[in-house]
Design a protein around this ligand. Structure first.
Ligand SMILES: Nc1ncnc2c1ncn2[C@@H]1O[C@H](COP(=O)(O)OP(=O)(O)OP(=O)(O)O)[C@@H](O)[C@H]1O
Ligand SMILES: [Mg+2]
Length: 387
């Protein structure tokens, strides 16, 4: 295939959060709900949850409210709770430092200078506010973790109050908290709560899946000591996309070469992805790179590519005992409930053993369950095939 075409395709399939509406598939319902939250709710912290790569950042990118000033904050410094809150303030100030509004600009500059000084105070890097401000910030924030958290909160509070005064309502989007451990995320939010729970401030954060589960249990009163509902007023869960949406997503991206993947090749990619757009893009891109000599990608080429990727990636990280293999191979044939699976394995494995193994593999995410039916993630199914 000519280089130009291949370059276009590989670039189009590159995995990064999008903000171009033309490329977005689905998420209409979720975005409508999030936009309503942003527009109508008076205040509060709200969550967007979902497995990694399902599209949290992408969804956050499209949230908007006509009546609010939108601020997107990407937390990058995460050494401790204090550092995260400091980073929050730093990013908040940077966003406003070029504000057209003179009052906002002035306070933002003062805030930025405060945090740079605070962070670099007493470190060998010295000099917070100079032409190398960014460099010294990055270094010192890692080196000095203790600073006056109360002043930081006060600055956040002042800056937010001014923004409310100027814009009426503020919509703060905080991304990348979902990469932290559950306890840490809660800790951080709990500590930011005092400054974020303010009339006319809406905060929407990305969260790890585990928090969603716990939050739902709280709401339904299934948890002993429900306290997540004290922090979160509402939460939106992002389900995996449908196979149709996955195919649409790829076609939208490679729109100059709509015939590059044959239809059943796209089906195969969608099946492998289990509705995770990141996995779909990854496989699609890899297959393109494996087959630079081909003008068209067939289903067979996708299968071959998947097998190659699976054996490269899973061979080193996953190994199964004979009993596990027997159970997984049986389950690979079709999804079934526990009792049926145990019965089918009757002659090969002891009943109790099957139950124990199923539970353990479920905990590890090797076996999935939906409404009592056990099934395998596509990646595991492919892996079993090549064992
Ligand atoms: N609804 C969508 N329409 C089109 N592309 C999408 C959609 N959702 C996600 N993608 C694509 O899938 C990939 C993963 O999305 P994104 O980075 O938003 O996921 P994430 O949940 O934020 O992941 P992480 O857990 O790593 O932060 C990106 O390449 C993104 O462009
Ligand atoms: Mg993300």
């Amino acid at each position: 295939m000519e280089n130009k075409k291949l370059k276009y395709i590989v670039e189009a399939l590159f995995d990064k959060p999008i903000d171009d509406k033309e490329l977005l598939v689905n998420r209409k319902k979720e975005l409508e709900h999030l936009n309503k939250i942003a527009y109508f709710q008076p205040m509060g912290i709200f969550g967007v949850c979902g497995e990694t790569g399902v599209g949290k950042t992408t969804t956050l990118n499209f949230i908007n409210a006509e009546n609010a000033k939108r601020l997107y904050i990407l937390i990058t410094e995460k050494d401790s709770k204090e550092v995260i809150i400091g980073d929050f303030l730093y990013k908040l100030s940077l966003l406003q430092i070029n504000s057209k509004n003179k009052k906002v600009r002035k306070l933002a500059t003062e805030t930025r200078d405060f945090i740079l000084n605070e962070m670099s105070y007493n470190t060998s890097y010295g000099g917070g506010v100079n032409f190398a401000a960014n460099v010294s910030y990055e270094k010192s924030i890692n080196n000095k973790k203790r600073f006056n958290i109360y002043s930081v909160k006060e600055y956040i509070d002042n800056l937010l109050s001014l923004l409310i005064e100027e814009y009426g309502k503020v919509l703060i989007i905080v991304d990348e908290l979902d990469k932290e451990k559950k306890e840490d995320v809660l800790n951080i939010l709990d500590s930011l709560k005092s400054v974020l729970f303010k009339e006319n401030i809406i905060t929407i954060v990305s969260l790890p899946f585990s928090i969603y589960r716990e939050y739902s249990n709280d709401r339904m009163r299934w948890n002993e000591s429900g306290n997540l509902e004290n922090i979160f007023k509402d939460m939106v869960f992002l389900e995996p996309l449908t196979a149709e949406d996955i195919k649409k997503m790829i076609l939208k991206r490679i729109k100059e070469y709509p015939d590059y993947f044959e239809m059943d090749a796209l089906d195969e990619i969608a099946a492998f992805s289990d509705g995770n757009p990141r996995d779909a893009l990854w496989i699609a891109q890899q297959v393109a790179l494996f087959n630079t000599d081909k003008n068209k990608i067939t289903k067979e080429l996708v299968k071959k590519g998947i097998r190659r990727i699976i054996s490269q990636n899973l061979n080193n990280s996953l190994s199964f005992t004979d009993i596990q293999k027997t159970i997984l191979k049986e389950l690979a044939k079709e999804p079934v409930d526990r009792t049926t699976l145990v019965k089918r394995l009757e002659k090969k494995v002891k009943r109790q053993t099957v139950y124990t193994y199923i539970n353990r593999m479920k905990d590890e995410g090797i076996i999935l369950e939906k409404s009592g039916i056990l099934y395998l993630p596509s990646k595991i199914k492919y892996y079993i095939e090549i064992l």
